[in-house]
Design a protein around this ligand. Structure first.
Ligand SMILES: [Zn+2]
Length: 315
């Protein structure tokens, strides 16, 4: 081989050795691990945090029930990727087919995973479906901003099948679909008759402060009383660990009662929003994760509504 040929070969070897290795970009992993909470009932408990690039929006509980003939999924998570990983997590538990995916309400962390279940029946209350249609674009954009790469390729896919309340049998297992409101205009709770597990969606937050962007606090408080009267053995809140009793309801109620009182009394005194924001939370509520942040958000969402009647009376 001539010296020129040797030089060319050497250059080629160096080029190959120094070329950046073409490893495909790794998919971020939510690390979804279904937790068995009753016979054939599984929950994937999200973190009690706000959306971030660290958690990819995995701040929500999703669940599934393995019925005799197939699987019923309750909420699909915050992104396409979460939905895909949820499907794989379910497949590791059971080979049975997916029969139905319910969305408890139209908030993005509960349904943006629908995209991964596009070949399956997705169902929600009519108000939820219309909320997904009208607000899905803005929700998705907001989550891209907060959770970054985890959201890649995610699009809002509204549920396709409107449901009405009542007893339904899916795959040979009875479920009670319950229509409520308060957290949003339409909140679906699902009682699995066989296990006594009540999937409360965001009507109940446990050790995580409630969010209120679409809330009607008075309606929500009335709903909590109705939830408490249901014959459940275990409650799965929308956020926070499953609880075997009504403690989640009690904590959500205590927070909402305090919030409503704070909004009302500040409006009556004619306080500025900044004065209300400076108000300390009672110690038992101040220790709930994110209570300070959610209080500030709630004041921003709700205070005008409480101020308006007071202003009218003053005239
Ligand atoms: Zn929600």
């Amino acid at each position: 081989m001539s010296s020129a040929a040797w030089r060319a070969l050497f250059t080629l070897i160096c080029a190959v050795a120094l070329a950046p290795t073409l490893v495909p970009a790794q998919e971020p992993d939510y690390g979804l691990a279904p937790q068995r909470i009753a016979d054939d009932v599984y929950v994937l408990v999200g973190r009690t945090e706000d959306f971030s690039r660290g958690n990819g929006g995995n701040i929500v509980n999703t669940a599934f029930v393995v019925a005799p003939e197939g699987v019923v999924v309750i909420d699909s998570g915050p992104s396409r990727l979460y939905g895909e990983q949820l499907r794989r997590a379910i497949a590791r538990v059971t080979p049975k087919p997916l029969l139905k995916v319910f969305n408890t309400h139209h908030h993005p962390d509960h349904y943006l995973g629908n995209q991964a279940f596009a070949d399956k029946p997705t169902a929600a209350l009519p108000t939820t479906i219309s909320g997904q249609r009208s607000e899905g674009g803005a929700f998705t954009e907001n989550l891209y901003r907060m959770a970054g790469d985890w959201m890649k390729g995610t699009e809002s896919v509204p549920a396709r099948e409107p449901v009405s309340p009542g007893l339904v049998t899916i795959g040979g297992r009875p479920f009670e679909l319950l229509l409520f409101a308060g957290h949003t205009q339409g909140d679906l709770a699902i009682l699995d008759r066989q296990s006594g597990v009540l999937f409360a969606g965001d009507l109940v937050f446990w050790n995580r402060a409630p969010t209120t962007p679409h809330a009607d606090v008075a309606t929500w408080l009335a709903t909590l009383d109705r939830l408490e009267a249901l014959p459940f053995r275990l409650m799965v809140p929308g956020h926070g660990e499953p609880v075997p009793d009504a403690r989640g309801i009690a904590q959500t109620r205590a927070y909402l009662r305090w919030l409503e009182g704070a909004l009302r009394s500040a409006a009556e005194r004619g306080d500025e929003m900044t004065e209300l924001l400076a108000r300390p939370l009672p110690p038992e509520l101040a220790t709930i994760p994110l209570s300070r942040l959610e209080f500030a958000r709630s004041v921003a969402h709700l205070y005008r509504r409480y101020e308006a009647p007071t202003l009218k009376q003053a005239r």
